[in-house]
Design a protein around this ligand. Structure first.
Ligand SMILES: [Zn+2]
Length: 234
């Protein structure tokens, strides 16, 4: 059975850690918009079982599927939603988020450069444009951690994409579009491992960089659901 005792560790720069991630994987439960809930079945072998996937509010925020989330959907559907482009190396992601969360959302994803291109007071319209622009220009819906590790960002590519969109959809886009910069550090020689043993030097999206003589990194999404062995906390 599951040990219900929760230890919460907020990862931050400067923290010294010694933890390992081990099999087996268990379902991590779900977030319903209010709080986290443990998987009622303690399902083993998956980081998110079908039951918890259906209950997780990320369905609403990633594909605008409001089934099961009517109350929250009705509350937020007419908030301001932004369609944005975010650059990762030489790939461009097109995404949607609530306008008030835009900077936070892009930072969560680890992009160094981004631009807000459209804004709507209607959630479904914003998600419709996201999908349409992804198909029209070949923008990505999601970005792998490998692309988030790329050291050089092709800002010219983002500039060109913005110029195209201004030409093609001038009546729908914002009047003043500018490229914003988030200064994430680069660690071009960091080595991938599946533990943290050392001092955290940077957090970028789900990637944790730590120093133990050399610089190492762990893609934390790949560790989701794994059993954590804590050797030492400082
Ligand atoms: Zn579950």
């Amino acid at each position: 059975m599951f040990d219900e005792t929760l230890i919460k560790v907020r990862l931050r720069e400067g923290l010294l850690l010694d933890i390992r991630f081990k099999e087996p994987v268990h379902c991590t439960g779900y977030f319903d918009g209010q709080g986290w809930h443990s998987c009622p079945y303690s399902n083993e072998g998956t980081k998110k079982c079908d039951f918890c996937r259906a209950k997780d509010i990320s369905r609403l925020y990633t594909i605008a599927d409001e089934s099961g989330f009517k109350e929250i959907y009705n509350r937020i559907k007419n908030n301001e939603f932004s369609v944005y482009l975010a650059l990762f190396g030489d790939k461009i992601k097109c995404g949607v988020t609530q306008s008030k969360r835009l900077w936070k959302r892009v930072k969560e994803q680890g992009a160094r450069f981004f631009a807000e291109i459209m804004r709507f007071r209607d959630m479904k319209t914003a998600y419709g444009w996201e999908k349409y622009l992804q198909e029209f220009y070949g923008f990505k819906n999601s970005i792998s951690f490998i692309d988030k590790l790329k050291d050089k960002d092709n800002v010219e590519l983002l500039n060109q994409a913005l110029t195209k969109i201004k030409e093609d959809f001038s009546e729908y886009i914002l009047k003043d579009i500018s490229i914003h910069h988030i200064p994430f550090k680069s660690f071009p020689n960091a080595k991938r491992v599946d533990y943290i043993k050392g001092r955290i030097v940077s957090l970028r999206s789900d990637i944790v960089f730590f120093k133990n003589n050399l610089i190492y990194y762990v893609p934390m999404k790949k560790m989701e659901g794994k059993t954590i062995e804590i050797n030492k906390f400082v």
